[in-house]
Write a protein that binds this ligand. Sequence first.
Ligand code: ADP
Length: 454
Amino acid sequence: MFKRILVANRGEIALRIIRCLREMDIETVIVYSTADAQSLPVMMATYSVCIGPAKAAQSYLNQDTIIETAKKMNCDAIHPGYGFLSENAEFARKCEENNIIFIGPSSELIEKMGDKQAARTLMQENDVPVVPGSDGLLNNAEEAVLAAEKIGYPVLVKASAGGGGKGMRKAFNREELVSAFETAKAEAKAAFGDDSMYMEKLVLKPHHIEFQILADKLGNVTYLGERDCSIQRRNQKLLEESPAWVLDEKLRKQMGETAVRAAKAAGYYSAGTVEFILDQDGKYYFIEMNTRIQVEHPVTEMITGIDLIKEQIRIAAGMKLSHTQDEIKQKGHAIECRINAESVGKIDFLHFPAGCGVRVDSHLYTGYEVSPFYDSMVAKIIVSGNTRLDAIRRMRRALEELTIEGLRTNAEFMHLLTYHPEFIKGNYNTAFWEEHSGTIMKWYEEGRGEIENE
Ligand code: ADP
């Protein structure tokens, strides 16, 4: 097992990793930017090293400085968290070249799954259903139009190097497609330096269902159930839950086994997520594989009792998975709400919910200064209960207890969301935001939120 691990991230995920490593008796080195000097990860790690100014490009994304620090501090491994360098094949390769274990899959695997069109082809070859779409890349708008005529409108133009919803455009007819193709391509070029494009049929009102998998370097692959992440705003997930209400046991098993087949087809190891969309007829399609630990991983931890970060570290150290598929059970129901800051500045007073079935992953504390340089997510409230309704009631109670003074957040909005009839019925898909956020906003403006903090 490792003796010392460098944590190349910040915020709640850095804290999550440091806490886990402490329980495993492994020393930690946190690298941080000047903006994060007063952060909890810096206070809680065994060692901390400032690697640059607030701008991520000069600190958290500075590959060479991070590698140099790992070497200087005698670290055996680097945990990249999510975001930043977590799915950067070049960084993983530099770790490999410097004999530092990258806690994640190999650079080759990151590259393989990061090229979405190539991943699609690989899945097709292995009987994993993919959304009907173009064969290979589309070089220009004419090719896109021809492909769309074959597939049938509406279509979704996607960047092969895409992520975070960038480089993706819908088109309902030929005219829209020509401009959608050009804008998506330009956006992909600017965001990823790669404008390879492909196309999928636009599935109307699908569910976003993803399966958590764990795979070791010895060829064992397991799935740990799914998460429904259909409540999204501009492709950003806001609330995730497990189990997904739309799946019955049969479909769950079928999709889980497909996720395992997808991972095996790639020769995958580490923790990973296989993302599917599920259409209105109950047909599911692979959309992509994420090769990192995800924001919403605690939802799965709450219902399986398995520490995913710990497993990820054990796998990186070459150990066998600690559970067989038969030993993995989904128990009860878990929901996560992402709390996002809508302003920046100092937290005057903070109180987090606690009690039975509540988990809070956050780097906030009273007096902490939320900086404008990084992601706006400041806390994750995760609850579990025996039934979905228990979990919903617990989430409401937890959000009512949450008090963050000095910072505007979406907490009250999330609280109101848990009262929406379609959410309560579990009757929602990726169109939820578009269809219902207006109603929730109206309740919000009417002051129907029950949370007293500002
Ligand atoms: P990114 O990596 O940019 O997030 P994804 O391929 O994961 O891109 O897609 C992001 C979201 O877009 C999915 O969660 C889903 O809601 C929607 N989406 C993706 N592909 C399709 C499709 N073919 N039809 C309908 N919606 C889709």
